[in-house]
Write a protein that binds this ligand. Structure first.
Ligand code: 5GP
Ligand code: MN
Length: 342
């Protein structure tokens, strides 16, 4: 899959003066870091470019250089539409299906497919966006890592600076769970070493991203841990946070980020889920994580209209909250053998 035509991609970029970069809904460190790095390099090479995010950038990423300029589709639809209209090229970062940019922005992108040049840089399994220029490598640990490779192979790396390195490092660090998830490779470390050589302060970046809890978030985490359930016979844990609970703890976007990982901290847990209903959404969201061989991408696709990676995925459920929890428990029981032996 790494047989992407970088030469042709560079020619297309050279021809486009205005480039729009699009990231996925409920943006994370990987898509925000990847887009800011790519934008910075493109601007330094003489291009005009804008990043459109479907939703607000969570506070723990707002320190990233350039984050304040990101156009939030939810808040500024007209401006975003204008940027898309004027763009000669649209680059999709860190998602594999148009609906992952949100319903309305996804449909807008779909309407531009026939008449604009599109490119995609992503590492999710089973890409489902039919465009010729797809740099899609699911074996890589993050899109930020792929952006680094893209810069190398297109020669754009000459515009790399300390701020670009900070953005890419943040993407790699967050999507690898600070270099601990399975897909973290020698390449991940080599690339990170190159980024460190740009003079970035990795300890500071770690602290800005992870040591940024508000008191409400600390309290929410403590409530979440109190609610952690263990389905011992299926080596599965889950945390369910309904709308009322999130409201009670003054929920802000990004507050549930990372909570799902605590479900795997339990020694005997092989599979975990965070089930939540955000105060501003009807839909019930699932985050899934696994250790070892249990494929949570397949699980999310089969039961919860979602997807992602083998050990980290997400999905959703339309209906009541208790019903969603029941549907999850039923799906776990159906997969119990596979989880236990994973
Ligand atoms: P998270 O649990 O951190 O929100 O998401 C984990 C992974 O699953 C991410 O790579 C994300 O892109 C993917 N993911 C999360 N929610 C969905 C979803 O509703 N649909 C699909 N296809 N992927 C999702
Ligand atoms: Mn990613």
């Amino acid at each position: 899959m790494e047989n992407f035509d970088f030469k042709q991609a560079k020619i297309l970029i050279d021809k486009a003066d205005q480039i729009a970069l699009i990231i996925h809904a409920r943006p994370d460190g990987d898509c925000v870091g990847s887009s800011l790095a790519l934008q910075r390099v493109l601007e330094k090479s003489g291009k005009q470019s804008c990043i459109i995010s479907p939703d607000e950038i969570p506070e723990f990423l707002q320190w990233l250089p350039g984050a304040e300029k990101i156009i939030v589709f939810e808040k500024n639809k007209e401006k975003a539409k204008e940027v898309l209209q004027n763009a000669e090229m649209i680059i999709l970062l860190d998602f594999n299906a148009l609906h992952r940019a949100g319903k309305v922005l996804g449909e807008l992108l779909e309407s531009h497919l026939p008449e604009k040049k599109f490119m995609m840089i992503d590492h999710h399994l089973q890409p489902d966006i039919r465009i010729p220029y797809r740099f899609s490598v699911p074996s890589r640990a993050s899109t930020a890592e792929l952006v680094y490779v893209f810069l190398q192979k297109t020669g754009l790396i000459e515009y790399m600076d300390k701020e670009t390195a900070e953005c890419l490092y943040t993407g790699i660090m967050t999507d690898t769970g600070s270099f601990k998830f399975g897909q973290t490779s020698s390449d991940t470390h080599r690339i990170s070493a190159d980024l460190l050589e740009q003079g970035i302060d990795s300890a500071l970046i770690h602290s800005l991203v992870y040591d940024s809890f508000t008191t409400e978030k600390i309290k929410l985490l403590s409530e979440a841990l109190r609610r952690l359930k263990f389905m011992e016979e299926c080596k599965t844990t889950y945390i369910a946070l309904d709308r009322h609970t999130l409201e009670q703890f003054g929920y802000e976007p990004g507050d549930t980020e990372g909570i799902v990982n605590y479900g795997l901290a339990l020694k005997d847990a092989r599979f975990t889920a965070l089930i939540s209903q955000k105060p501003d959404e009807e839909i019930i969201r699932f985050s899934f994580r696994s250790k070892g061989d249990f494929d949570v991408n397949a699980f999310a696709r089969k039961y919860f209209n979602g997807g992602g990676h083998k050990n980290a995925s997400g999905g959703s459920y339309e209906g009541g909250f208790d019903e969603a929890v029941k549907a999850f428990k039923k799906a776990v029981k159906e997969n119990c053998d596979q989880i236990v032996k994973s």
